[in-house]
Write a protein that binds this ligand. Structure first.
Ligand SMILES: [Fe+2]
Length: 345
C-alpha cells in the first residue's frame, strides 16, 4: 500500500489550448465523414466500435488482477478464486449494474494507468483530431455472474445525450479487461442508432419522458423501442477480449447485461473530450474533484461531481474511505488529462 500522494512530475504545458477549431478534422458522425480504414469507419457507420488490443492482453489481465486485489483489500472475505464469496456483505458497495462509484476508486493508481494507456488515449485523439484532451473520472465496473444478493439488473435502454442538443457531442468508452463473450454480460448497443436519433426525437416529441436526474439522459420507452425496431435499429451485444476498447457515440442507445456464465466482466469507463470544449469553470471544478479524489459522470468536463460516501443499508458504509489505497502517480500525459495544466491563473 502506498501511503503517499506522489504526483511527482513537473509539467510544462502551454496555457493556451492548441485545440483545433471544433469542426476541422474532427469526426462528425453524421454520415458524411471520410473513410479511414480503421475503427473510425465502424464508429461512423454503426455508432459504436471495438478498438482491438488498445492495451496488450497481458497488461489488461494484470489490471483485472489489480481490481481483484482492490476488492480483497477490504478484508471482508472476498476471494477471487471462489465465486461463492461474491456477496454484498463481503464487498464494497457495487450496484446491480456492476458500478462502483465510491471509496476513491476512480482515482486508484491502476485506474489512472488505464486512462493514460497510449492505445486508449490515441483512439480518442484520432476521433477528435486533437491531442489536448481531458478524461472523465467515471465509475469502474465489477460485473459478477449470478448475483442473487442484489436487485435484478433490468434493461434500461437509454442514450446519454439531451435530445434538445443534437449532433455528435460525446464519445464514450470502456476498457474491457476479461474475456467477454456473448453471454458474459456487458455492453449492448442499438446498431446505427446514432443516425436515427434526430428523426426519433422529432417523431417521438410527444412521448412522456422517463424521469431522469439530468437532461443528458434519455430513456427509451416501449413505444420508443418499437420505433427503433421499425426503423432498422438492431440490438447487438458487443463482445471483446482483454485489452479491447469499446467506443460508442452518446446518442447510440445502449445498456448493460449481466453475465449468464461463470465469467465475471470487469471494465473501466474511459471518456475523453477536447479541453477546448470545456470552460475554465469546468476545469476548476474538475481540479477540485481530482484533489478531493471524487468521481464524475462519463462527461469529462465534470458537470456533475460525486462523493466517496457510499451508503450501506441506508447508513454510511463503515468501510468508506476518502482516498485511494494507492494514490495516482501521474505521467505528464496523465496529468494533462486532469485538465489542471490548462487552467489559466
Ligand atoms: Fe449510458
Amino acid at each position: 500500500m502506498s501511503a503517499t500522494t506522489t504526483i511527482t512530475e513537473t509539467v510544462q504545458v502551454q496555457r493556451e489550448s492548441k485545440a483545433n477549431p471544433l469542426d476541422v478534422g474532427r469526426l462528425r458522425l453524421d454520415g458524411t465523414d471520410n473513410t479511414f480504414g480503421d475503427f473510425r469507419d465502424d464508429l461512423a457507420r454503426d455508432g459504436f466500435a471495438v478498438v482491438k488490443g488498445a492495451i496488450p492482453r497481458e497488461r489488461a489481465l494484470k489490471y483485472a488482477g489489480d481490481m481483484h486485489s482492490w476488492l480483497e483489500g477490504f478484508d471482508l472475505g472476498y476471494d477471487r478464486n471462489d465465486l461463492s464469496t461474491v456477496h454484498k456483505d463481503r464487498l464494497p458497495i457495487i450496484n446491480e449494474k456492476g458500478m462502483c462509484l465510491h471509496y476513491g476508486v476512480t482515482h486508484e493508481n491502476f485506474v489512472w494507468e488505464i486512462r493514460s494507456e497510449p492505445g486508449v488515449v490515441s483512439a480518442f485523439e484520432k476521433v477528435y483530431n486533437d491531442n489536448d484532451l481531458i478524461v472523465s473520472f467515471d465509475a469502474i465496473n465489477f460485473g459478477f455472474p449470478n448475483r442473487t444478493d442484489l436487485p435484478p439488473n433490468k434493461p434500461w435502454p437509454h442514450q446519454d445525450q439531451d435530445p434538445a442538443k443534437p449532433g455528435f457531442r460525446c464519445l464514450q468508452g470502456l476498457v474491457n479487461l476479461l474475456p467477454n463473450g456473448p453471454d458474459d454480460g456487458g455492453l449492448i448497443v442499438c446498431r446505427g442508432g446514432h443516425l436515427l436519433s434526430e428523426d426519433f426525437h422529432r417523431d417521438m416529441a410527444d412521448e412522456e419522458r422517463i424521469p431522469a436526474w439530468t437532461p443528458e439522459w434519455y430513456g427509451f420507452t416501449e413505444r420508443g423501442m418499437k420505433w427503433l425496431a421499425d426503423h432498422g435499429g438492431f440490438w447487438e451485444k458487443v463482445c471483446a477480449e482483454p485489452g479491447d476498447l469499446l467506443l460508442w457515440d452518446s446518442r447510440t442507445p445502449h445498456y448493460n447485461l449481466s453475465s449468464k456464465t461463470q465469467q465475471p466482466r470487469f471494465a473501466i469507463y474511459t471518456c475523453y473530450m477536447p479541453v477546448a470544449d470545456a470552460t475554465q469553470d469546468d476545469l476548476l471544478r474538475k481540479k477540485d474533484a481530482f484533489e478531493r479524489r471524487v468521481g464524475t459522470t462519463h462527461w469529462p468536463n465534470a458537470k456533475h461531481t460525486g462523493s466517496n460516501i457510499a451508503k450501506r443499508d441506508e447508513q454510511d458504509c463503515p468501510y468508506n474511505r476518502l482516498r485511494p489505497v494507492n494514490e495516482p502517480v501521474l505521467s505528464e500525459r496523465a496529468f494533462k488529462l486532469t485538465g489542471i495544466p490548462y487552467i489559466v491563473d
